[in-house]
Design a protein around this ligand. Structure first.
Ligand code: NAD
Ligand code: IPM
Ligand code: MN
Length: 360
């Protein structure tokens, strides 16, 4: 199969700036590899939609999106207009749950030509994959407030871990580790302090590791792991974590490799019963939105992950290679954006990648 229907949801802020750059690079790649990508744009899951309709999504959103092969997503959230927990639970978190995208894959790599904040690190030193549990855990709507307005006011929010939910993401992470040369899987928990859910995760991790004798395992408490990400990022290969810990590690990792702006993520339903969703790790970045200087590489790399998921690893590798080539030219030779110490714009950097796709 080489024709695909892609739902495009730019969302808010820089989402609307980086998504077109992602599409330009994808179209260039599709041209090289004889693929047909048909993009359909949706304006929902945005603050603008909320202002017009009072909801983040139309009633038929699920049926609408279900018909697509993949969802190419920018970022959602504009807290001046709609509180973040409402906009996110009303859109992105709905997509992840309804389409059972239980794995969130977040690669983290020090790219050639990119100056990271850690001294003495070269490309190759930092290259790990965060596998984040994406549909349960600390992100739960179980809980509430009682005795509101009194001095006994109490707020509860439960972490939910199911055996199926924990086992399936651990299995996926072991399979990823098994395929990589390092064959090393790290589990992030906090079983010393969070004494019910985290020891359960550890227990399931130990049980799953027996099925993967070729994978070397270790585990860290999340606090110590955060420190090791900075001190010894070269230690890590695949890191599996609960929803919240995976969220935090997948901002910290890219920060260690220079900028959040290049980090991609793939919200995957490995069983392929539902469409998967590809979005950069970053958000709508209100502080730079509208200036045309957002880094589009995270979004473009998402395009590469999407091609891989759709069954076109060569096209995916070609696009990632084009990203690497352009970054390797450095701020002197490529129109890198300010987060990469350049003076380029979103459009210029996106175009440079698309051109590189055509010429390499
Ligand atoms: P953010 O990721 O939007 O921004 C954090 C910092 O990184 C900012 O200084 C920003 O300028 C910078 N940055 C982010 N992306 C960049 C890029 N492509 N190029 C250059 N610099 C970039 O995080 P935040 O400020 O905590 O959140 C802003 C809004 O986005 C909130 O509404 C939040 O809920 C939402 N959000 C959405 C998603 C998502 O849709 N997946 C992810 C994270 C945050
Ligand atoms: C991410 C984001 C989301 C998350 C927010 C916006 C709900 O930070 O995709 O990493 O925490 O999952
Ligand atoms: Mn996040």
């Amino acid at each position: 199969m080489n024709g695909y229907r892609i739902a495009v949801i730019p969302g808010d802020g820089i989402g609307g700036e980086v998504v077109p750059a992602g599409i330009e690079a994808l179209e260039a790649t599709a041209g090289r590899f004889g693929l047909r990508l048909e993009f359909t744009d949706f304006g929902f899951a945005s603050a603008g939609y909320w202002q017009r309709h009072g909801t983040m999504l139309p009633a038929d959103w699920e049926a609408t999106l279900r018909g697509f092969d993949a969802i190419f997503f920018g970022a959602v959230g504009w807290p001046e207009v709609v509180p973040d927990h409402i906009s996110l639970w009303g859109s992105l978190l709905q997509f992840r749950r309804t389409f059972d995208q239980y794995v969130n894959l977040r690669p983290c790599r020090l790219m050639p030509g990119v100056r990271g904040p850690l001294a003495g690190r070269e490309p190759g030193d930092i290259d790990f994959l965060v596998v984040r549990e994406n549909t349960e855990g600390e992100y739960s709507s179980v809980g509430g407030r009682i005795f509101e307005g009194t001095e006994r006011e109490t707020v509860l929010q439960e972490t939910v871990m199911t055996r199926i939910g924990v086992d399936r993401v651990l299995k996926y992470a072991f399979e990823q580790a098994e395929r990589r040369p390092g064959r090393h899987l790290t589990s992030a928990t906090k079983s010393n302090g969070i004494a019910i859910s985290m020891p359960y995760w550890d227990e399931r991790f130990a049980a799953m590791s027996e099925r993967f004798p070729d994978v070397r395992v270790d585990r860290f408490h999340i606090d110590a792991l955060a420190a090791q990400f900075v001190l010894h990022p070269d230690w890590f290969d695949v890191v599996v974590a609960s929803n919240l810990f995976g969220d935090i590690l997948s901002d910290l990792g890219p920060a260690c490799t220079g900028t959040l702006g290049i980090a991609p993520s793939a919200n995957i339903n490995p069983d392929r019963l539902h469409p998967s969703l590809f979005e950069p790790v970053h958000g709508s970045a209100p502080d730079i939105a509208g200036q045309g200087i957002a880094n589009p590489i995270g979004q473009i790399w998402c395009g590469s992950m999407m091609l891989d998921h759709l069954g076109h690893p060569e096209a995916a590798a070609h696009l990632l290679g084009a990203i690497e080539d352009v970054l390797a030219y450095g701020p002197g030779g490529a129109p890198l954006t300010p987060d990469l110490h350049g003076t380029g714009t979103t459009v210029e950097l996106g175009r440079a990648v698309a051109e590189r796709v055509r010429e390499r």
